[in-house]
Design a protein around this ligand. Structure first.
Ligand SMILES: [Zn+2]
Length: 461
C-alpha cells in the first residue's frame, strides 16, 4: 500500500533519543511517513521528520534485525550482533525499566542500530523491541552516553468483517481465503463442534457465515485476531446461527442460538479432532473375530498420538488395560450417561481412576492397543448402561437463557445482526462502485486498504 502512515501515540513529552544527537518530541503523537517494508519506525526516520538538520554523514550506520534464539537473553542477542558490552548493558538496563525481559521468547524480533565512527569504533545507539503487536519499546542513547527507554503504543483500529460463502473443499480453506484468521476458523469449529462432525457432516455447497472483529494498524494491516461475534451454518446437516454473549450473572462468554440456547452440549459429538469416522454403530462383521456382532461404539481413525478428549464433565471410573479394548478409559457423567474410550496408546499425565475431568480435557492418546487393526479411537456412549449411537444421540443441552439474561441477549443479538447488515450493505455498495474504490483520491486514507470482497468499518480504537 502506498502512502502508508504510521501514527505512534508517543506519550506526552516523550523523547526519542538516537543517533548523533538528542531530539525531544514534545507532542502527543505525530504521523510519520514510514517505509511500508519495515514494521519498525527507524529512529532516523523519526528524527528526520522532526528536524531538518540531521547530520549522519560523519558516521556509517547500520540497522540489524534479528530473532531471539533459544536460551538467549537481550544481552546475548546484542553481544551476538557485535554491540560493545558496556553499551549493551546500558541498553538492557534501560529496557528493563519498562519491560520484563524475562518475557522475551525465541522468535521475538530485536532491532538494533549500530554506528561506526571515523576511527572504526562501533557503538550501539538504539534498540527496538516489540513485546506485543501493538507495543514497541524503543531504547536509545543520548550524546552523554546515558540510556533511556520509551514505550510506544500503536493505535489499533477495531473493525468488523463479515464473510459468507458456500463451502468449497473445507470451511478452513474458504474462510481463510476470504480473510479470516486461523484462530477465527478454529473458534468457528469450536462453536459448532457440539453439533457437527466437520469431517463427515459438512459438504461442498453447504453455506457458512461468520462476523468477526479485526484489529488493524494505521496501514490497514491486521495485527491481531478479534473475536467471532456470529457464526452461522446452513447445510444439509444443520441450519443454525450462534451469537456471542456474556451473561452478566456468571460472566462466562458463550455462544447462543436465537432462542438463547447455548451451543454447548452435555457431551461433545466427537471427542477427537481431525479424525475420520471409520466404522459406525450397529451390527457388523467383526474385522478380527470374523463373525457378525453389535459394534457398540463408533470408530474414529486418526494417527497414533492424537489427543482424545473427555466428551463431558465427569468422573473416571475405569482407567487401565481392559481385555480386547486395550488401554481403556470410562467416564461417568450426570443423568445416567457413561462414555468409554478404547485402544489408546497412552494415558494423560496426572489422571487416574477416581479423577474428575472437564469436558474437552485430554484423557489419553489414540493408539492400537488390544484387538485393533490400526490406530483409531473406539468410542462408546451408554445411557443407564445401555449402549447407544453417539452420532444420532439427542444430547441434553447446555445453558438456556431466561428472564433478564434472555432480554439482554436478544438486545446483543440485534446489535450483532445490525453490524452484519451494515457490513453487507457496505460490501454491496463497494461491489457496485469498483471504480470509485480504486480512485486515486483514496490512496492516502488508511481504511481504504485493498480488501477483496470485504469492507471495514471503524467503530472504536
Ligand atoms: Zn470400535
Amino acid at each position: 500500500m502506498k502512502n502508508a502512515w504510521f501514527e505512534w501515540g508517543v506519550g506526552a513529552a516523550a523523547a526519542v533519543l538516537v543517533g548523533t544527537g538528542l531530539v525531544y518530541v514534545g507532542v502527543n503523537s505525530r504521523a510519520v511517513d514510514a517505509s511500508p517494508i519495515s514494521n519498525e519506525p527507524d529512529p532516523r526516520e523519526l528524527i528526520a521528520s522532526y528536524t531538518s538538520a540531521l547530520d549522519a554523514n560523519a558516521y556509517s550506520s547500520e540497522m540489524k534485525r534479528v530473532s531471539v534464539l533459544r536460551n538467549e537473553t537481550l544481552s546475548s542477542v546484542l553481544d551476538r550482533i557485535g554491540a560493545p558490552r558496556d553499551e549493551a548493558n546500558g541498553a538492557v538496563q534501560a529496557a528493563s525499566e519498562v519491560l520484563d525481559l524475562r518475557g522475551m521468547r525465541p522468535g521475538d524480533d530485536v532491532t538494533a542500530w549500530l554506528e561506526t565512527d571515523d576511527g572504526g569504533d562501533v557503538r550501539l545507539v538504539g534498540v527496538s523491541l516489540r513485546p506485543a503487536a501493538d507495543r514497541q519499546i524503543l531504547v536509545s542513547r543520548a550524546v552523554d552516553g546515558s540510556w533511556s527507554s520509551h514505550e510506544l503504543m500503536a493505535k489499533l483500529t477495531l473493525g468488523i468483517n463479515y464473510i459468507a460463502a458456500d463451502v468449497d473443499q473445507s470451511i478452513y480453506q474458504t474462510a481463510t481465503a476470504l480473510g479470516a484468521g486461523d484462530q477465527q476458523v478454529v473458534d468457528f469449529a469450536d462453536i459448532f463442534g457440539y453439533d457437527i462432525d466437520f469431517q463427515r457432516e459438512v459438504h461442498t455447497g453447504d453455506r457458512f457465515g461468520m462476523l468477526y472483529e479485526t484489529f488493524e494498524d494505521e496501514r490497514g494491516q491486521p495485527v491481531k485476531s478479534g473475536v467471532v461475534l456470529m457464526a452461522a451454518m446452513d447445510g444439509a446437516g444443520l441450519t443454525k446461527t450462534f451469537y456471542r454473549f456474556t451473561p452478566s450473572d456468571d460472566g462466562v462468554v458463550d455462544y447462543f442460538d436465537e432462542n438463547g440456547q447455548s451451543a454447548k452440549k452435555f457431551l461433545m459429538k466427537t471427542p477427537i479432532n481431525g479424525a475420520r469416522l471409520s466404522s459406525g454403530f450397529g451390527n457388523r462383521r467383526h474385522p478380527i473375530l470374523g463373525y457378525t456382532k453389535l459394534h457398540k461404539g463408533t470408530d474414529f481413525a486418526a494417527p497414533t498420538g492424537t489427543p482424545i478428549y473427555a466428551a463431558g464433565n465427569g468422573k473416571i471410573v475405569s482407567y487401565g488395560p481392559f481385555s480386547t479394548y486395550g488401554n481403556y478409559a470410562k467416564i461417568e457423567h450426570a443423568n445416567g450417561y457413561t462414555t468409554a474410550y478404547a485402544h489408546m496408546s497412552r494415558y494423560a499425565k496426572g489422571l487416574k481412576r477416581g479423577s474428575y475431568v472437564k469436558q474437552g480435557q485430554v484423557i489419553g492418546y489414540v493408539g492400537t492397543t488390544g484387538a485393533s487393526t490400526g490406530p483409531h479411537l473406539h468410542y462408546e456412549v451408554y445411557v443407564h448402561g445401555k449402549p447407544v449411537n453417539a452420532m444420532t444421540l439427542k444430547l441434553p443441552t447446555g445453558r438456556k437463557l431466561e428472564g433478564d439474561q434472555l432480554l439482554a441477549f436478544q438486545a446483543e443479538r440485534a446489535r450483532i445482526e445490525a453490524l452484519r447488515d451494515g457490513e453487507l450493505a457496505q460490501q454491496q455498495l463497494a461491489a457496485a462502485m469498483p471504480a470509485q474504490r480504486a480512485g486515486a483520491g483514496y490512496a492516502s486514507v488508511p481504511t481504504a486498504a485493498p480488501a477483496p470482497a470485504e469492507t471495514r468499518e471503524t467503530t472504536a480504537n
